[in-house]
Design a protein. Structure first.
Length: 159
Protein backbone atom coordinates (compact mmCIF):
# COMPACT_ATOMS: atom_id res chain seq x y z
CA UNK A 1 0.00 0.00 0.00
CA UNK A 2 2.98 2.24 -0.35
CA UNK A 3 1.27 3.38 -3.56
CA UNK A 4 -1.28 5.33 -1.51
CA UNK A 5 1.33 7.52 0.17
CA UNK A 6 3.28 7.92 -3.05
CA UNK A 7 0.13 9.06 -4.85
CA UNK A 8 -0.58 11.63 -2.13
CA UNK A 9 2.95 12.99 -2.43
CA UNK A 10 2.73 13.06 -6.21
CA UNK A 11 -0.62 14.88 -5.98
CA UNK A 12 0.93 17.60 -3.83
CA UNK A 13 3.80 17.94 -6.29
CA UNK A 14 1.36 18.29 -9.20
CA UNK A 15 -0.66 20.91 -7.31
CA UNK A 16 2.50 22.91 -6.61
CA UNK A 17 3.55 22.61 -10.24
CA UNK A 18 0.12 23.88 -11.31
CA UNK A 19 0.38 26.86 -8.94
CA UNK A 20 3.81 27.71 -10.37
CA UNK A 21 2.52 27.49 -13.95
CA UNK A 22 -0.44 29.72 -13.10
CA UNK A 23 1.93 32.22 -11.50
CA UNK A 24 4.03 32.20 -14.68
CA UNK A 25 0.91 32.73 -16.77
CA UNK A 26 -0.18 35.62 -14.55
CA UNK A 27 3.25 37.28 -14.70
CA UNK A 28 3.22 37.07 -18.51
CA UNK A 29 -0.30 38.48 -18.51
CA UNK A 30 0.83 41.45 -16.39
CA UNK A 31 3.68 42.00 -18.84
CA UNK A 32 1.35 42.37 -21.83
CA UNK A 33 -1.96 43.30 -20.20
CA UNK A 34 -1.07 45.33 -17.09
CA UNK A 35 -3.77 45.63 -14.48
CA UNK A 36 -5.63 42.50 -15.57
CA UNK A 37 -6.32 40.13 -12.72
CA UNK A 38 -7.35 37.16 -14.82
CA UNK A 39 -8.41 36.36 -18.31
CA UNK A 40 -10.81 33.67 -19.38
CA UNK A 41 -9.25 33.25 -22.80
CA UNK A 42 -12.28 31.72 -24.48
CA UNK A 43 -14.69 34.22 -22.90
CA UNK A 44 -12.61 37.39 -23.30
CA UNK A 45 -10.99 36.69 -26.66
CA UNK A 46 -13.48 38.85 -28.58
CA UNK A 47 -12.52 41.94 -26.62
CA UNK A 48 -8.88 41.50 -27.69
CA UNK A 49 -9.41 40.70 -31.38
CA UNK A 50 -8.59 43.71 -33.54
CA UNK A 51 -11.40 45.24 -35.58
CA UNK A 52 -11.68 45.04 -39.36
CA UNK A 53 -9.77 48.33 -39.80
CA UNK A 54 -7.01 47.51 -37.33
CA UNK A 55 -4.94 44.53 -38.53
CA UNK A 56 -1.99 45.14 -36.16
CA UNK A 57 -0.91 42.64 -33.57
CA UNK A 58 -2.40 43.37 -30.18
CA UNK A 59 -1.02 42.86 -26.70
CA UNK A 60 -3.30 39.85 -26.37
CA UNK A 61 -1.67 38.30 -29.45
CA UNK A 62 1.76 38.76 -27.90
CA UNK A 63 0.47 37.28 -24.64
CA UNK A 64 -0.86 34.18 -26.40
CA UNK A 65 2.29 33.79 -28.51
CA UNK A 66 4.52 33.82 -25.43
CA UNK A 67 2.26 31.33 -23.65
CA UNK A 68 2.50 29.00 -26.63
CA UNK A 69 6.28 29.41 -26.95
CA UNK A 70 6.76 28.49 -23.31
CA UNK A 71 4.08 25.76 -23.57
CA UNK A 72 2.41 27.01 -20.42
CA UNK A 73 -1.19 26.34 -21.48
CA UNK A 74 -0.49 22.73 -22.48
CA UNK A 75 1.46 22.17 -19.24
CA UNK A 76 -1.45 23.54 -17.21
CA UNK A 77 -3.87 21.18 -18.99
CA UNK A 78 -1.53 18.24 -18.37
CA UNK A 79 -1.22 19.09 -14.67
CA UNK A 80 -4.99 19.34 -14.28
CA UNK A 81 -5.40 15.95 -15.97
CA UNK A 82 -2.77 14.38 -13.68
CA UNK A 83 -4.47 15.87 -10.61
CA UNK A 84 -7.78 14.28 -11.63
CA UNK A 85 -6.14 10.88 -12.15
CA UNK A 86 -4.32 11.01 -8.81
CA UNK A 87 -7.45 12.13 -6.97
CA UNK A 88 -9.34 9.14 -8.40
CA UNK A 89 -6.53 6.78 -7.34
CA UNK A 90 -6.47 8.16 -3.80
CA UNK A 91 -10.24 7.94 -3.45
CA UNK A 92 -10.07 4.34 -4.67
CA UNK A 93 -7.75 3.50 -1.79
CA UNK A 94 -9.95 5.35 0.72
CA UNK A 95 -13.20 3.80 -0.50
CA UNK A 96 -13.05 0.62 1.67
CA UNK A 97 -12.47 2.63 4.85
CA UNK A 98 -16.20 3.33 5.13
CA UNK A 99 -17.12 -0.35 4.89
CA UNK A 100 -14.57 -2.06 7.12
CA UNK A 101 -14.48 -1.98 10.90
CA UNK A 102 -12.48 -3.26 13.81
CA UNK A 103 -9.20 -5.04 13.32
CA UNK A 104 -9.52 -5.08 9.54
CA UNK A 105 -9.71 -1.30 9.53
CA UNK A 106 -6.72 -0.97 11.84
CA UNK A 107 -4.70 -3.33 9.64
CA UNK A 108 -5.70 -1.42 6.52
CA UNK A 109 -4.77 1.94 8.06
CA UNK A 110 -1.28 0.64 8.83
CA UNK A 111 -1.04 -0.67 5.29
CA UNK A 112 -2.00 2.74 3.92
CA UNK A 113 0.81 4.26 5.97
CA UNK A 114 3.27 2.10 4.02
CA UNK A 115 3.57 -1.04 6.14
CA UNK A 116 3.24 -4.44 4.55
CA UNK A 117 0.66 -6.85 5.93
CA UNK A 118 3.16 -8.64 8.19
CA UNK A 119 4.25 -5.39 9.83
CA UNK A 120 0.62 -4.30 10.19
CA UNK A 121 -0.32 -7.58 11.88
CA UNK A 122 2.61 -7.25 14.32
CA UNK A 123 1.72 -3.66 15.23
CA UNK A 124 -1.98 -4.33 15.74
CA UNK A 125 -1.14 -7.44 17.79
CA UNK A 126 1.12 -5.38 20.06
CA UNK A 127 -1.49 -2.65 20.48
CA UNK A 128 -4.44 -4.93 21.14
CA UNK A 129 -2.74 -7.70 23.15
CA UNK A 130 -4.00 -10.30 20.69
CA UNK A 131 -1.95 -13.05 19.13
CA UNK A 132 -0.59 -12.57 15.65
CA UNK A 133 -2.20 -15.83 14.65
CA UNK A 134 -5.64 -14.45 15.48
CA UNK A 135 -4.97 -11.27 13.56
CA UNK A 136 -3.95 -13.22 10.46
CA UNK A 137 -7.60 -14.33 10.24
CA UNK A 138 -8.59 -10.67 10.08
CA UNK A 139 -5.89 -10.08 7.48
CA UNK A 140 -7.40 -12.80 5.27
CA UNK A 141 -10.83 -11.17 5.60
CA UNK A 142 -9.28 -7.82 4.76
CA UNK A 143 -7.67 -9.29 1.67
CA UNK A 144 -11.07 -10.54 0.44
CA UNK A 145 -12.56 -7.08 1.01
CA UNK A 146 -9.73 -5.39 -0.87
CA UNK A 147 -10.13 -7.79 -3.78
CA UNK A 148 -13.77 -6.71 -4.02
CA UNK A 149 -12.59 -3.12 -4.35
CA UNK A 150 -9.90 -4.18 -6.85
CA UNK A 151 -7.12 -2.88 -4.64
CA UNK A 152 -5.20 -6.12 -4.42
CA UNK A 153 -3.62 -5.63 -7.83
CA UNK A 154 -0.43 -3.65 -8.25
CA UNK A 155 -1.16 -0.13 -9.39
CA UNK A 156 1.49 1.82 -11.25
CA UNK A 157 2.46 4.57 -8.87
CA UNK A 158 3.68 7.30 -11.15
CA UNK A 159 1.97 8.84 -14.12
Amino acid sequence: MKEYGDNIIQLEIEKQKLRNLEDDRNSIMQKYLPGSKSIDILKDINSYIPGSKNKKRTAFDDFMIELEEKKILSSIDECEKNIKILTKRISKFEQPLDKIKGYEKRLYLYMLKGNNITQAVKRVAEESDRSERTLWRYAKRLRRILIKYEIDEKISIFL
